[in-house]
Design a protein around this ligand. Structure first.
Ligand SMILES: Nc1nc2c(c(=O)[nH]1)N=C([C@H](O)[C@H](O)COP(=O)(O)OP(=O)(O)OP(=O)(O)O)CN2
Ligand SMILES: [Zn+2]
Length: 151
């Protein structure tokens, strides 16, 4: 019987953003210490003698994909909206999220953008289980396959 597991890796990054037309303070440029959790659910690989034996995905590989696709560097493959600026070196970390993504940077929109970006970066869509993004210590958004409309 194939056994499954959910694995989670956590990331942090500092970024600026603003929400045009927001009724409160968030319409002005400001920064957050974002906390991001990426969870994958999949079969535990059975490959005796192989490096990946007993894993859903090597944590190192997950870290590398997330960092090189969206956080430290932005992969050319990631979707960018109409309002995106010229692609600068770097990723979401220490950058302006409105410029980087070209979307309205609510946490709700960002988690869907991150999901698309990670699939474009090579994580198989069916393996992605949940993405959580904290904008502040007390407030976060999460999506799963259900919120993607793919169940
Ligand atoms: N549903 C959402 N509401 C708000 C979002 C969002 O992305 N989704 N974003 C903001 C602003 O970006 C703002 O920076 C965060 O607002 P808020 O949580 O009110 O900020 P606080 O500093 O008061 O947060 P605490 O968690 O209470 O410390 C606004 N709303
Ligand atoms: Zn904000």
């Amino acid at each position: 019987m194939t056994k499954y597991a959910i694995i989670t890796k956590e990331f942090t990054f500092e970024a600026a953003h603003h929400l045009p037309n927001h009724r409160g303070k968030c319409r002005r440029p400001h920064g957050h210490s974002y906390r991001l959790q990426i969870s994958l659910r999949g079969p535990i690989i059975e490959a005796p003698g192989e490096s990946s034996d007993g894993m859903v995905m090597d944590f190192d590989d997950l870290k590398s994909i997330v960092n090189t696709t969206i956080i430290d560097n932005l992969s050319d493959a990631v979707p960018r909206g109409d309002a995106a600026g010229p692609l600068e070196k770097g990723g979401m970390d220490h950058n302006d999220l409105n410029t980087i993504t070209g979307i309205r940077t609510t946490a709700e929109n960002l988690v869907h953008w991150i999901w698309d970006a990670l699939v474009a970066g090579g994580i198989p869509d069916p393996l992605l289980y949940r993405i959580r993004l904290w904008e502040t210590e007390k407030g976060y958004v999460e999506i799963t396959q259900a919120e993607r409309g793919e169940v």
